[in-house]
Design a protein around this ligand. Sequence first.
Ligand code: FES
Length: 508
Amino acid sequence: MTAWKVEKKFRNSLNLKMLQLKINKNNETRVIETKPGFSLLDILQQNGYSIYAPCGGKGTCGKCRVKIKGEGTVLACTYQPDHDIEVILPGKEEARILTAQTDFLEDLPADNDKNNHLSPNPYGVAIDLGTTTVVLYFLNMVSGKIEKISSFLNPQNSYGADVISRISYCQQNPNGLIKLQQVISKAINRELNLFFSEKKCNPDDIVHLAFSGNTTMLHILLGVDPVPIALAPFKPGFTVMQTLAGNSTVFNINPKAEVTTLPCISAYCGADIVAGLAALKTTHKTFLFIDIGTNGEIALVDKNKIYACSTAAGPTFEGATISCGKSATSGAISAFSDLNNYHVIDNTKPDGICGSGIIDVMAYLVRNNIVGQDGLLQAPFIINEENNMIITQDDIREIQLAKSAIYSGIKILVSEAGLTLSDIDALFLAGGFGNFINVQSAISIGLLPAELNNKIFPIGNSAGIGTLQFLKSKSFEKKINKVVEKTVYIELSHIDDFNFEFALNMNF
Ligand code: FES
């Protein structure tokens, strides 16, 4: 029994007055009953609602805002209902997710038929399990055709935006790991069920599920304790490829199906980077590969060796630590030239700013001397007063920390390989964020090196496409294993120069 249920039972025994909460979401109304003494966030989560809560309910990020009829907007994690209320929840947030194949990524012929005997109509699903977003590629295992691509925001967002807050949730709650595992499994099963009804097929037709993701996401998926990932010496429960039978998982698939998680390199260099590097097609011999998500993962490939590191960029470029930041969903400013020229996703009224917009705004502030080289902001910068969209000094500090973490990681890897930036032939930017940012803005704020101007290429969702190649092709596993063998992980906190570089690169 969860702590919450024990508490509820105890309160029931005291016969405390039940409260009625009317919940409105997407024009649907539901009434739930609860006792006083719980936060609204807890009540909503226990009743199956997913509320974006990047700080994990600590009351510090200001993102879990919901409306209470007659009372205005409150933070769900600090508000404890003590009377009947009507709650208006934000509508479903659709993430802007990159799924397309690009010329930079492998598109191998389908020849992986080892599980096809399990169904006359065999399908496989490649799943890129991101901390923020999840993308599913449904593959016809006979024709090699992608039958459907679907995506959703990771519902674990309700328990913290980044891997550290999810790990803390597992550490601090006796059933935290089970809860997070259930939340993601349920969301994946929902997508599988939608596919069955759309394609008129059934669970027995799914013969293979393949997952990539960071090391923490894969641990939670498999119900393996992720806490050692956050504690020195940062030793994860596993890094090698895991293979399970369908009937030993909760997924709604053929009981004999294969469920695979691709291998990781270390605690903070996951299968997403491995899959992406294996899928990359390039003739360059010396290049950088960067995936900026809730963490900044960087690899430097130099002929037969790969140096990799992870930088604590935090979820700043996902908008989580910026006061008016949000994910790249409807209403987010995603590109910004000046106060009269900006683009809002879905062309609606702006209600926040996502990573690509944050970088453009920062570049604007530096260009116009509104922010000094040292990051000092003359006065809070108002983007849209009505929606309280203001860039503050604290926001600038968060951006400085995040951009310096990435830039310093690049510098350290290049130096560990005995190279200089002039030796680098190309920089490949993986993932949605890399695809949507304005490279010139990123260079001008010192997120990416100016020396690599004209050598920077967005490559798309390399983790998702790499996982898809693993499903499709028998030979791809060898490429994956080669990436793992060739990679040397550099722990930045063990490098003497890192702190010096980090301080140096804080300036704009
Ligand atoms: S302020 Fe409520 S989750 Fe962060």
